[in-house]
Design a protein around this ligand. Structure first.
Ligand code: AMP
Length: 290
């Protein structure tokens, strides 16, 4: 291996405190570099890496944040057992174009004195917002904090969490943040399951049952492709497929791509969204319906 290859293959630099992060970003700014931010909760997979690679293509300094944000988890959710795999994450980022990883301790982001939160309406209200009260309040709060710390030119999110991407775009607009939000395609396993840090919770049997989620989205695409315009029969068939798996449905809907309003007819750009529980694991997925 040449010296140059060694440098590009080495893991990114790890920062855990705010002052060093601000210093490194200020340096980059003085040098006129475009700054890209990829916020994650770690337990990185190829979906996360695709965001990092997109950032590295378009920005000169790519910062990945790894922070399991307690405020976006409900009291009965998986905050305590969410996978924390920092060393493996740093290794997964080696050679992928990330320059810095910011992985702060909980107290760095939320010292005991922290009392300020972002409450959002609009895209934060239905679907995930309804199933997980307080979730988007936590998401919007941490994203705004990370945006303020890094002040990136561009920030990268996955379409896998489509509602979240709308929430972030609205946050940027409502708070006049000079940040371009880029939403990247969902990376899937070869059998169609959307990659997720939570997939590692699944037993072999659950992993098989979880396939019904992406298959129900393919079914919706197929029915729409064959000319079905009424949403109700499509959602019915999706439900039946999910119930047969079986998985426990939180929601199945075909919605307007901009507002997430549920549709009755496919008369505008739409997407299908599913949230379901497979055993104790809650998974979400979505796909365009053209
Ligand atoms: P998370 O670590 O789950 O908070 O996700 C961090 C970012 O990665 C979010 O913007 C997610 O939407 C994105 N992401 C998660 N899974 C995927 C995937 N399978 N494909 C593309 N992006 C993803």
């Amino acid at each position: 291996m040449t010296t140059a290859e060694k440098v590009t293959q080495s893991p990114p630099e790890l920062l855990t405190d705010v002052d060093s992060l601000r210093r490194r970003v200020a340096q980059a700014r003085r040098a006129g570099l475009t700054v890209g931010l990829v916020p994650t909760m770690g337990a990185l997979h190829a979906g996360h890496v695709s965001l990092v690679e997109a950032a590295a293509r378009e920005c000169r300094l790519t910062i990945v944040t790894i922070f399991v944000n307690p405020t976006q988890f409900g009291p009965n959710e998986d905050f305590g057992r969410y996978p924390r795999t920092l060393e493996a994450d740093l290794a997964a980022l080696a050679g992928r174009g990330a320059d810095l990883v910011f992985a702060p301790a909980t107290e760095v982001m939320y010292p005991p004195s922290h009392v300020t939160y972002v409450e959002m309406g609009g895209p934060a209200l239905g679907l995930e917002g309804a199933c997980r009260p307080g979730h988007f309040r936590g998401v919007a709060t941490i994203v705004l904090k990370l945006f303020n710390l890094v002040q990136p030119d561009r920030a990268y999110f996955g379409r896998k969490d489509y509602q979240q991407s709308l929430v972030v775009k609205r946050l940027v607009r409502d708070f006049d943040l000079p940040i371009h939000v880029e939403v990247c395609p969902t990376m899937r396993e070869s059998d169609g399951l959307a990659m997720s840090s939570r997939n590692r919770y699944l037993s072999a049997v659950e992993r098989e049952r979880a396939l019904a989620i992406s298959r129900s989205l393919s079914l919706a695409r197929r029915l729409a492709g064959e000319g079905t315009r009424e949403v109700a029969p499509i959602v019915d068939q999706m439900r039946r497929m999910l119930e047969r798996a079986p998985v426990e449905i939180d929601y199945v809907t075909l919605a307007d791509r901009e507002t997430l309003e549920p549709l009755v007819r496919l008369d505008r750009p739409a997407l299908a969204l599913v949230a379901a529980r497979v055993g104790a694991t809650r998974l979400i997925d979505n796909d365009w319906i053209d």
